[in-house]
Design a protein around this ligand. Structure first.
Ligand SMILES: C[S@@+](CC[C@H](N)C(=O)[O-])C[C@H]1O[C@@H](n2cnc3c(N)ncnc32)[C@H](O)[C@@H]1O
Length: 371
């Protein structure tokens, strides 16, 4: 009865020593530990293969694929995720990055003083005027959609835009996600927080050293910013392996929790959340997943694997529901159903404490095969 969910227990083969530092370019909610995609890439693909993640997030699958000599193809509707995927799938050289940073800095000091008075109060309360001027200059100058060098610099900036040590640009706050502006306002008042005077160019140069870009050899990849239900640039039967975790909880609002990072990308959190899939209804979820799986079936080659990581929700084994109601009717074959018990350090929803909603500590990994 293989197709009746034979459940295997599993511990992610993880060794932080193996994790490339580029994974931490910018924090992202519900990100994979790199050991997870690495395991499946090594098991189910070979060098030169095309590996797709249609919900690529911070591009964990894509970076691991490119590091292992596969072509990593990422897609995510969230512009922040798209930026990170673009950066990690097409790394510029350290030389080009330093030269671009030097040019930008020269231009900044040669131009008129930037007026910060027009900037929203919510942004002004976070940064020292000196830092904010540099940020606004860079925000206007970096053409991250068109140029890889600019995309990598923009990724580094969103990675350090808020945090709680000298390597970050804002008043002291968590790096993982942005709290609401009202919460921050009250917090600043209560603890009399002072805005630190940080030099963006110097911090970026230091940060760049951390990634040892000259030592990395990477296959080039691709990044799309489309709805996962229609990744139209991908040809039928063109992909050798898909590894992904679709959005699955009510808890994560990628726009709202990244409103500061999105400000730098000139995007509004509300618009981003409006574009991303979000529901509490199992029926709507199943409808969405059926559409996604139809599209993934279209692009995947016959006999190749689709690895789906799905978090269980209270009282429901969501992965089993997805298998029964969405994947099985489409003719996928169930190869494995793996139960991955997650320690709280890894599950990003822990940051909400009691508000973690209906998320449990279990992720399930469905390994499916296209006939
Ligand atoms: C669980 S996260 C993936 C995290 C990723 N595995 C990583 O390592 O960072 C799910 C992703 O789905 C994206 N997303 C939500 N709705 C989408 C849609 N309709 N089409 C494409 N991406 C979508 C979100 O922006 C989010 O990045």
């Amino acid at each position: 009865m293989r197709n009746q969910c034979q459940i295997l227990s599993w511990k992610i083969p993880s060794s932080k020593k193996l994790d490339n530092k580029l994974h931490s370019l910018c924090s992202y909610m519900a990100m994979f530990p790199p050991g997870l995609p690495r395991h499946f890439i090594e098991k189910y693909s070979k060098e030169g293969d095309k590996v797709l993640d249609p919900f690529s997030g911070r591009a964990t699958t894509i970076l691991e694929s490119c590091l292992l000599g596969r072509e990593g193809i990422g897609n995510d509707k969230n512009p922040l995720a798209h930026l990170l995927t673009k950066s990690k799938s097409n790394l510029p050289s350290k030389k080009r990055l330093i030269s671009k940073l030097n040019d930008l800095e020269r231009e900044y000091y040669g131009s008129d003083k930037i007026n910060i008075k027009g900037e929203e109060k919510n942004i002004r309360m976070l940064f020292h005027d000196y830092t904010l001027r540099q940020l606004i200059f860079l925000k206007n100058k970096l053409d991250w959609k068109k140029r890889n060098v600019d995309a990598f610099i923009a990724s580094m900036i969103v990675g350090i835009i808020h945090g709680n040590s000298e390597g970050y640009l804002s008043i002291s706050m968590p790096n993982t996600f942005s709290m609401s502006s009202n919460y921050i306002k009250n917090y600043i008042k209560e603890f009399n927080l002072q805005k630190p005077r940080r030099d963006v160019f110097n911090i970026l140069r230091k940060r760049l050293e951390k990634y040892s870009l000259d030592e990395i050899s990477l296959e080039k990849g691709k990044a799309y910013n489309l709805d996962a239900r229609n990744i139209y640039p991908l040809k039928n039967n063109s992909i050798d392996l898909i590894i992904t975790s679709p959005p699955y909880t009510k808890v994560i609002r990628y726009g709202q929790f990244n409103w500061i990072r999105l400000w730098f990308l000139d995007k509004f959190a509300k618009d981003v959340d409006g574009d991303l899939f979000f529901t509490q209804s199992i029926d709507k979820y199943c409808y969405f997943m059926s559409e996604v799986l139809k599209e993934l079936k279209r692009v995947l080659k016959s006999g190749k694997k689709l690895v789906l990581v799905i978090g269980d929700i209270k009282e429901k084994e969501l992965a089993n529901i997805v298998w029964e109601r969405c994947a099985k009717p489409l003719g996928f074959k169930l190869i494995k159903n793996i139960k991955d018990e997650i320690n709280d350090d890894r599950k990003v929803s822990k940051i909400w404490g009691k508000k973690r909603g209906n998320v449990t500590k279990i992720d399930r990994i469905l390994v499916l095969e296209k006939n």
